[in-house]
Design a protein around this ligand. Sequence first.
Ligand SMILES: Nc1nc2c(ncn2[C@@H]2O[C@H](COP(=O)(O)OP(=O)(O)OP(=O)(O)O)[C@@H](O)[C@H]2O)c(=O)[nH]1
Ligand SMILES: [Mg+2]
Length: 464
Amino acid sequence: MSLGLAGSDRSRCHVTAEALNGETIAAISSPIGEGAIALIRVSGPEAVEIADRIFRGSESPSSLTSHRQHLGRIVQDERVIDEVLLSVHRAPASYTGEDLVEISCHGGILIAARVLGVCLSAGARAARAGEFTERAFLNDKMDLTQAEAVMDLIRARTDLALRAATEQLQGRLGNEAKILREQLVRLIAHIDAAIDFPEEDIAPDADTKLRAVLASIREQIAALLATADHGRILREGLRVVVAGPTNAGKSSLLNRLLGYERVIVSATHGTTRDTIEEMINLRGVPVRLLDTAGLRDSDDQLEEAGMQRTQQALATADLVLHLFDVSAPKPTDSGVARSDCASLIILNKCDLPEHTDWTGESALHISCLTGAGLPELEDAILRCVGEQHLRPESHLAINARHRDCLRRALGACDRASATMAENLSGEYSAVDLRLALDALTEMVGRKGDDEILDSVFQQFCIGK
Ligand SMILES: Nc1nc2c(ncn2[C@@H]2O[C@H](COP(=O)(O)OP(=O)(O)OP(=O)(O)O)[C@@H](O)[C@H]2O)c(=O)[nH]1
Ligand SMILES: [Mg+2]
């Protein structure tokens, strides 16, 4: 059955679970480029039939044991395209929950594209970004938080981020949401019962108990919300901006922390004219380090444009490293007072004689030339990170979408608890509690919330 979605049509015209079951999709699931092996996936009700049409081995795919690899050839009009390993994963025990065929062919841009082309000619249609995982969600193989974790896992750049993604993939966040939803459902049921059967004897302390349950639900939601910063840092990295006067050694520090000569360093003042961003792994914490144009009075238009970019970078920083040359006079306006986020003052070039302006300054002394003080600087950055809610011991790390849902749930709980405190009819609080329930349901994903599903799966790569 065709739904009129051409392979090239990447618009995410959404289709329901029933409709999805009609179509078989195919895509290259390994990265484009040269490699030892490329993987082509075919998923849907016709996946095995399509494999029968294009695979020649000792047995046909429809008679193969599930989850076992078999050697054979992919053919088109009986012409051999490649020698491959093929495995059939029968529904529902597959990644998508549908019949799924995986073909490992020789790695190479052309071969993988040819094998995919054969699958498409045999009846599959090209998969959209994230469609395999979307099907897994629609076929109840995972909730939406787990689907999101698949992408986090692929994008994770540090061990910490990987650990959080793995926990989420195992359903830890989804479970927390599920427990909260169950508690809310029970609470709503109690309130509904009191509305429907007011004549029934209700224990005198019932109201107090209900309020206590709601307070506990509220606390649990707030605790989850508190992991938002942790999640943002793990996914996007902590934004650390290196700022200061020209020639202080800002670019030298970026190069040092990166471990290679990324940025031009020179004794000329005003060498760096632009902001330069690189991701580093600071003992498991992803850090987006920004080198900036040095701050000084200048009539040069280019340099001024660079300094404007420095100001923009400072405005969005999580942490600013104010770097100064300890062998040079202290600038009259250090700019330190102007940053309102966390900041550290660092005195560089401590291998040189100290200028008297800095005598008694307790700031961290480092040398990008010798490496002195750099481990202490890393400690100091990580301490700041700790103060900003990055909890390496916590494996829960919500994303912006979860935060939005949880904020709505929290707001609704607060309104319900205010109504309860005023002893208004239970109907009022029940309305808000249902809104809270709705927001939590949205967090784990609901079939039919097409816009939300589209925005999540659009971020995936094709073939995942
Ligand atoms: N002795 C000594 N020299 C250093 C140290 N760090 C940097 N330098 C030198 O200081 C000069 C300026 O370094 P840069 O890293 O280009 O300084 P910057 O702050 O990026 O300068 P602008 O881009 O012009 O703002 C270069 O000659 C570096 O080799 C250090 O720790 N000790
Ligand atoms: Mg520089």
